[in-house]
Design a protein around this ligand. Structure first.
Ligand SMILES: *[C@@H]1O[C@H](CO)[C@@H](O)[C@H](O)[C@H]1NC(C)=O
Ligand SMILES: *[C@@H]1O[C@H](CO)[C@@H](O)[C@H](O)[C@H]1NC(C)=O
Ligand SMILES: *[C@@H]1O[C@H](CO)[C@@H](O)[C@H](O)[C@H]1NC(C)=O
Ligand SMILES: *[C@@H]1O[C@H](CO)[C@@H](O)[C@H](O)[C@H]1NC(C)=O
Length: 217
């Protein structure tokens, strides 16, 4: 008798766990992740399976927070603003004495369209070493485009000097999951967040701002 009752109890508990409690546990927001180095990791961003929300996966590599692109490249995260659902990535470096961004072989920055992140409309992108085809686009490729200042006054841009370059504000009519590069098109880029016309180059805020769709609970 005693045995039979405890067996029933165990079965009842298992039943509750599987059918009842399981979904409740899965659906409720988990806690924020612990810091990565000195960096707070606000919810819903997630550096591990047992914290944050797994759809918002980022990586803590060597005490530095990183974002993984759809092509498998890690971009360092410079800043996170949880109230605005935004984070800022460090633009890839331009390899020394060339005009190649380090993510050129990946086709530039490519976000996974199934993830809740996109490229915000506060980014001013400079495309460098472009082919003439770019002139058919509505980008600003004039001799007073800010990309000229980047090439002439910023050391990282020196390798791109005297190539065709353009800049544009990433607006909502554009693909918000890509900054595209290609051999024979443009081979390097950099990006500024919250750039205002006439901001002097010494004050430029380099970054690629991403926005995330907040979780729906
Ligand atoms: C980790 O970071 C430290 C300090 O910045 C650096 O010296 C070290 O080379 C890094 N290790 C790796 C594997 O990146
Ligand atoms: C291109 O950008 C420069 C610098 O912001 C600006 O002065 C110029 O008016 C722009 N030209 C066009 C055609 O939009
Ligand atoms: C510019 O791009 C072309 C290919 O589109 C490449 O052959 C050339 O080396 C690039 N220039 C620089 C300075 O990297
Ligand atoms: C990016 O996602 C945010 C949050 O859902 C949305 O408000 C915004 O319109 C999206 N931006 C673009 C350019 O698609």
């Amino acid at each position: 008798m005693y045995h039979w009752n405890s067996l029933k109890m165990v079965i009842l508990l298992l039943f509750l766990l599987i059918t009842g409690l399981g979904p409740v546990i899965n659906a409720s927001p988990l806690s924020a992740c612990s810091n990565c180095g000195d960096f707070a990791v606000p919810y819903p961003l997630s550096t591990s399976d047992n914290c944050g929300d797994k759809s918002y996966k980022i990586y803590c590599n060597n005490d530095s927070l990183e974002f993984l692109s759809a092509t498998g490249t890690y971009y360092k995260i410079l800043k996170i603003d949880p109230n605005a659902n935004k984070l800022i990535l460090k633009p890839p470096i331009i390899l020394k004495d060339t005009c190649y961004s380090s993510d050129l072989i990946d086709g530039g920055l490519v976000l996974d369209e199934n993830l809740p992140f996109n490229i915000s409309t506060f980014n001013t992108v400079m495309l460098l070493n472009c082919s003439e085809d770019i002139l058919r686009s509505p980008l600003n490729c004039s001799s007073n485009s800010i990309c000229r200042q980047f090439e002439e006054k910023v050391e990282e841009g020196n390798g791109c000097m005297n190539t065709l370059c353009c800049h544009y504000l990433k607006d909502s009519a554009m693909n918000s999951h890509k900054i595209r590069l290609r051999f024979g098109s443009c081979t390097a880029y950099t990006c500024l967040v919250d750039f205002k016309a006439d901001d002097p180059f010494e004050t430029w805020n380099y970054g690629i701002e991403l926005q995330w769709i907040p979780p729906k609970y």
